[in-house]
Design a protein around this ligand. Structure first.
Ligand code: SF4
Length: 159
């Protein structure tokens, strides 16, 4: 096991944290057997408590999933943390979002495992379910009926 504690968090700058398939096993960000990796925008912490902020440039859309993933990475890399809180900061409105308590790490891990299983099913079948989401505007699969990337680029005068 390699210690990546110096790479776990950033303040102002994003750094990486990663976990092996097994919850509780930190690893190098680029390890071959990495199970999950992510970058945390801003973390302020004591030895046992942490507060995360995730800067958001898009429209306000409260869904704690990304914060849950960030807290899982923090917990894996700093198991002594007992209390993690986090929130998004919405740059368009200049306001902080809801503050979440993010300590249910086993549940967050299970969510990720289920997502991975779902992706493996699609990989095996060769058919990927199309799920319309706000990220369709940044997706490279422009032939998908849900894709809005070209529309977005045209609106931004980038075509
Ligand atoms: S545009 Fe991309 S992200 Fe959106 S549903 Fe289609 S394939 Fe999925």
């Amino acid at each position: 096991m390699r210690d990546v504690s110096s790479d776990v968090e950033g303040s102002g700058g994003a750094r990486g944290a990663a976990a092996r398939h097994d919850l509780g096993q930190p690893c190098d960000y680029y390890a071959d057997d990495v199970g999950f990796r992510g970058k945390l925008d801003c973390v302020t912490r004591t030895d046992t408590a942490a507060w995360m902020v995730d800067w958001k440039t898009g429209n306000v859309r409260e869904d704690p999933f990304e914060l849950e993933c960030g807290s899982l990475l923090l917990k894996v890399n700093r198991p002594q943390l007992e209390d993690i809180k986090g929130e998004y900061f919405w740059l368009k409105t200049g306001s902080a979002g809801l503050r979440y308590t993010l300590n249910d790490h086993a549940r967050y891990y299970e969510k990720l495992v289920n997502l991975r299983r779902e992706a493996e099913t699609y990989l095996q079948s060769g058919e990927w379910l199309k799920k319309k989401s706000p990220l369709c505007g940044w997706c490279d699969v422009v032939k998908c009926e849900h894709n809005t990337k070209l529309k977005r680029l045209a609106k931004e005068g980038k075509l």
